[in-house]
Design a protein around this ligand. Structure first.
Ligand SMILES: N[C@@H](CCC(=O)N[C@@H](CS)C(=O)NCC(=O)O)C(=O)O
Length: 208
């Protein structure tokens, strides 16, 4: 029985990583898609703790904030490292992914036309950090030798960047092969091959 529900707009946005995690972990979930017009009426917004989506439900338990949702699922599905130090390092990695996601969101929603070229020029400065981390960690993931929620978050963000700039990973061999390897995990690939994933735009304003 499906006990997870994602309430969000018809975009990948801040739910891409959550969906990749759930699909790869063999979980089922229900999507409660909110049309922008309906959202603008304000009734749902009033019920959201911070006035924003995504909203995530596990039965009667309701959670907001996409990174908190990822962490909750990580605890439940064993995606948070094997000791306190790995746990802290995974948090650190996820915070770094969030830093880059915020830059990406700012570009997409505030400065796409004027800022895209400069963003792509500057991008290696961020990607090289992840390249170094992955080349130093022989376990094949951001931390240790087992996938964590931060890996799903980085994978989702890198997939978005490959749409923004198809060659952006080419110079980063470890990062590129990590993205290729994670995106071909069987359950994850089966999900990203569905229309449910493919037809949903990355962002809400048509830019990508
Ligand atoms: N920090 C929040 C950000 C949530 C957020 O920015 N939500 C946007 C969509 S991605 C939203 O609800 N926008 C509509 C609004 O603010 O009225 C998270 O990670 O969940």
């Amino acid at each position: 029985m499906t006990h997870y529900t994602i309430t969000y707009f018809q975009v990948k946005g801040r739910c891409g990583a959550i969906r990749l995690l759930l699909a790869d972990q063999g979980q089922e979930w229900k999507e409660d898609v909110v049309a922008f017009d309906a959202w603008m009426k304000g009734d749902l917004k009033k019920t959201c703790t911070f006035g924003q989506l995504p909203k995530f439900q596990d039965g009667n338990f309701t959670l907001f904030q996409s990174n908190a949702i990822l962490r909750y699922l990580a605890r439940k599905h064993g995606l948070y490292g094997k000791n306190d130090q790995e746990h802290a390092l995974i948090d650190m990695m996820n915070d770094a992914v969030e830093d880059l996601r915020l830059k990406y969101i700012k570009l997409i929603y505030q400065n796409y036309d004027a800022g895209k070229d400069q963003y792509i020029t500057d991008l290696p400065g961020d990607l090289c950090k992840f390249e170094t981390i992955l080349s130093n960690n022989k376990g094949g993931f951001l931390v240790g030798d087992k996938i964590s929620f931060a890996d799903y978050n980085l994978l989702d963000l890198m997939m978005n960047h490959q749409v923004l700039s198809p060659t952006c990973l080419d110079k980063f061999t470890h990062l590129k092969s990590y993205v290729d390897r994670l995106s071909s995990r069987p359950k994850l690939k089966a999900y990203t091959d569905t229309d449910e994933w493919k037809k949903v735009p990355i962002n809400g304003n048509g830019k990508q």
